[in-house]
Unconditional design. Structure first.
Length: 134
């Protein structure tokens, strides 16, 4: 794997039972890319499956559909080939080694209940600070 020219920033939580876009961005010119592949598996799959992707202005997108791939968690990484010798992959660890991303699906109701409780607690804490009680 050469220098990083491929980027992926996971968006927020992944909710159970909902479709999710998994996006990758590159600055490698589209006409130089000979292959763009997402390697993907669910927690119930033993091996990764390969999904060729077409890019649009440097954006490559895979849409996860829970009806097609039911799961409690998914694991994935992305690779592009430019020409015959240049390969780029993501995500990479601090040593530049490929480290697949693992995402757990969470219950949206529980997530927002916990978020609301945390926000209410933070507001209460702010009120205590402003009143001099803290």
């Amino acid at each position: 794997v050469k220098k990083q020219r491929l980027f992926h920033y996971p968006k927020g939580p992944m909710f159970q039972g909902r479709k999710h876009n998994i996006d990758f961005i590159t600055d490698v010119p589209t006409d130089s890319i000979t292959a763009a592949i997402l390697f993907f598996k669910t927690d119930s799959m033993k091996n990764y499956r390969e999904f060729p992707l077409a890019g649009n202005n440097g954006l490559f997108r895979f849409q996860y559909d829970p009806r097609l791939f039911p799961a409690d968690a998914i694991e994935y990484f992305f690779m592009i080939q430019a020409g015959s010798d240049d390969f780029y992959a993501v995500p990479l660890n601090s040593k530049g080694e490929l480290t697949p991303s693992r995402r757990l699906f969470i219950d949206p109701v529980l997530y927002y209940r916990q978020k609301m409780s945390a926000d209410q607690w933070a507001l209460q804490l702010t009120g205590w600070r402003n009143s001099g009680k803290l």
